[in-house]
Design a protein around this ligand. Structure first.
Ligand code: S3P
Length: 172
């Protein structure tokens, strides 16, 4: 099985993914890190030098590569991965893939992004908390259509990592 974690930036995909992989005795992969290794360039630099459209192509290519060649793996996507090309269709079509949306409230995301915006090219230019709120509010609304198609939706607000993992394992 391949367990795919999806959700907005700072929703905890990588943090939860690492622990979940350990519990299941699976391999853990993070799509951004995988792209960075294969392209020998970090995501912020890919955005800066090649542009977002190029990055979205890489995301689709490497997503396909991973889900067709890996077994017993937990894969954390980038926040935008489910929302481009036919990535969500590809994810939902394969029987061996279980997709999980880690749902976080808008206000919690804004608090987290205020602290962690620097490594993220889509939000690093936003200056005030209000600008972040306005941007993320619209963006999350657009993206939720894709995220909500996941096989499982886990509400993560006010839960510890262990509680989230327990919720996931019960439902897998
Ligand atoms: C993006 C999220 C990032 C990374 C890129 C674009 C997005 O991943 O893929 O900066 O479009 O939401 P994280 O969700 O791991 O921050």
């Amino acid at each position: 099985m391949v367990v795919i974690l999806l959700g907005y930036m700072t929703s905890g995909k990588s943090t939860i993914g690492k622990v979940l992989a350990q519990k299941l005795d699976y391999v853990f992969l993070d799509l951004d890190t995988y792209i960075e290794k294969r392209e020998a360039m970090n995501v912020a630099n890919i955005f800066k030098t090649k542009g977002e459209i190029y990055f979205r192509k890489l995301e689709s290519i490497y997503l396909q590569e991973i889900i067709s060649s890996y077994q017993n793996t937990v894969l954390a996507l980038g926040g935008g991965t489910p929302c481009y090309a036919n990535n969500m269709e590809v994810i939902l079509k394969l029987k061996k893939v279980t997709s999980i949306y880690l749902k976080v409230s808008l206000h919690e995301l804004v608090d987290r992004l205020e602290k962690e915006k620097h490594q993220r090219p889509l939000v690093s230019h936003l200056k005030t908390k209000n600008e972040i709120l306005e941007f993320v509010g619209k963006h999350l609304f657009e993206r939720s259509n894709y995220y909500n198609q996941a096989n499982l939706v886990i509400d993560t607000d006010d839960k510890s990592v262990d509680e989230i993992i327990e919720d996931i394992i019960i439902q897998l």
